[in-house]
Design a protein around this ligand. Structure first.
Ligand code: AMP
Length: 505
């Protein structure tokens, strides 16, 4: 059977795995001998780029030449960084990270006398919309990877744990990484894995714990500044690295020292774990609010959570397990299961199933969409007010078909405007300010009709998340296909792929 990689393209760290000779998923170490590679790119000059450990190290001296946490920007259309006149997009930087882990793994295989692997399954956060998914695919193409499938991160994590006693259980994947938080409620029944709900915050992760701790240290050392005041200064990168190490020590020890240099002066501060937990309690509570929301919007909100699986490096913080233990009485899994490697291993299991081996992994059943779509309507009680009426919810099954009827608002209308809005809400009626307009068009039949004339709408979502909407009034039709083309044309991707082949140093 053809071997295929599973790649976790993480916000902070990335990881690559495949199925080993023992039939189990195994992580392939990078050329530095580490299981994970920092998702950091350092642009030395026009031709030279460092990715990973070395880039993270170089970031301290020249933060303006480094790109980190780029996955957080994937959903911001038009986001770019100008590095010495070189315009870098999230897709470009992600391509470099993917290429580093992919090339390192293939080099390891060649040293073992094995053929290189060409294909991969790459994981994405469950809340990524179609646009971010398409951009991730383009990054993989630029990296020269044949992308077989994109897999939701929580699903990947569950696949990794799948054979270890989840059958018949409803469980929660709590994934707190370096820059993002993801939660999914899932159920495994008869060897099929269903997603009951998913939620998250892509601006919440370990980095926020680091910044809180750093802010505390700056304050107690008598400096009247916060990280935000100094984030563009050279000291800031090193401070952030050092405070992260201090945070990690606090996962093992009750106390830790944090030493830092600011404007050539050395400062020292001792922090206890309980104090660290106190100053970051609001961040942890944010994750709990999201957990509660995920339970509320679950397809089976009354179902008990039988087990919680902790994923993501930040789950090593003891406060996470302790807090969840206080709220849920079920078992919580973390120990010895390497939460930072689980997603890549799950992706490798899925890849092997796609390659035809049905024995290594469970089947993925019902997944969900990540966005809701609705139509802009006029409020009948106040015709100056508008709302969006969702016709497909992100909590609906991914594969979905439904019919809806709307009415014209005014006497004598000869046409009606259909404006489709995308949103992340789970309610039927939504404030347009919380939505993004994605498509718009008119149905024009050319003669006046009374108010309350029927406008019919049919919506369909397919397994690749493409949404199609057909609208009809007075026999005149309009339809929309909500697919996303990504940001680069095929020619641009090919050009970038060739350019990249010469880049990593
Ligand atoms: P990930 O994105 O899953 O690789 O997680 C990276 C995040 O996990 C970073 O913010 C790390 O600082 C954090 N992390 C890793 N190990 C630990 C640890 N032992 N204690 C606390 N945080 C950790």
């Amino acid at each position: 059977m053809e071997p295929i990689y599973g790649i976790d393209l993480g916000t902070t760290n990335s990881c690559i795995a495949t199925i080993g000779e023992d039939g189990l998923p195994t992580v392939i170490k990078n050329l530095e001998g580490k299981n994970t590679t920092p998702s950091v790119v350092f642009y030395e000059d026009e031709d030279g780029v460092f990715v990973g450990e070395e880039a993270k190290y170089s970031m301290n001296g020249e933060p303006e030449r480094s790109v980190a946490f780029i996955k957080r920007e994937m959903s911001k259309p038009g986001y770019t960084r100008d590095i010495d006149g070189q315009i870098v997009t999230p897709v470009d930087a992600s391509a470099l990270i993917l290429k580093k882990v992919f090339d390192d793994a293939n080099q390891q295989l060649s040293e073992d006398g094995k053929d290189p692997i060409k294909k991969a399954v790459v994981t994405v956060p469950a809340y990524f919309g179609n646009m971010e998914r398409e951009l991730t695919k383009q990054a993989a193409q630029i990296a020269g990877i044949e992308i077989l499938d994109l897999l939701n991160e929580p699903t990947a994590a569950a696949l990794n744990y799948g054979t270890k006693g989840l059958e018949g259980k409803t469980f929660m994947i709590y994934d707190l990484g370096g820059g993002t938080f993801d939660v999914s409620i899932m159920r495994m029944k008869n060897g099929v894995l269903d997603t009951l709900s998913t939620d998250g915050d892509h601006q919440l992760g370990g980095i926020d714990w680091d910044i809180s701790l750093l802010d505390y240290a700056l304050l107690t050392c008598g400096l009247d500044i916060t990280y935000n005041d100094i984030k563009d200064e050279r000291d800031a990168g090193k401070m952030l690295n050092d405070v992260e190490q201090c945070k990690k020590r606090l996962s093992k020890n009750d106390k830790a020292m944090f030493k830092f240099v600011y404007k050539r002066k050395q400062y020292t501060c001792e922090v206890s774990r309980s104090l660290f937990e106190e100053i970051t309690a609001d961040l942890l509570n944010k994750t709990i609010n999201i957990v509660n929301h995920a339970i509320n919007i679950s397809r089976d909100p009354s179902a008990n959570i039988d087990e919680i699986i902790l994923v993501g490096g930040s789950s090593y913080m003891p406060m996470v397990k302790e807090k969840l233990k206080k709220i849920f009485s079920c078992p919580i899994r973390l120990d010895n299961l390497e939460p930072d490697l689980a997603v890549a291993k799950g992706a490798a299991l899925h890849a092997s199933r796609l390659a035809g081996d049905k024995t290594t992994s469970v089947e993925i059943g019902n997944d969900m969409g990540s966005r809701s779509y609705g139509i802009l309507c006029i409020d009948c009680n106040d015709k100056n007010k508008f709302f969006v009426s969702n016709i497909i919810l992100r909590t609906d099954d991914l594969i979905h078909d439904s019919k809806h009827t709307f009415e014209t608002a005014f006497d004598g209308q000869t046409s009606v405007n259909i404006s489709i809005y995308e949103n992340k809400m789970t309610e039927k009626y939504v404030n347009p300010d919380l939505c993004t307009l994605v498509r718009s068009g008119d149905i024009n039949w050319g003669y006046g009709v009374p108010a309350h004339t029927t406008v019919s709408v049919v919506v369909s979502r397919s397994s690749d998340s493409t949404v199609k909407i057909w609208c009809e009034c007075q026999g005149v039709k309009i339809d929309f296909e909500l697919d996303y083309k990504g940001m680069y044309s095929d020619e641009e991707i090919e050009k970038k792929r060739k350019l990249l082949a010469t880049k990593i140093v």
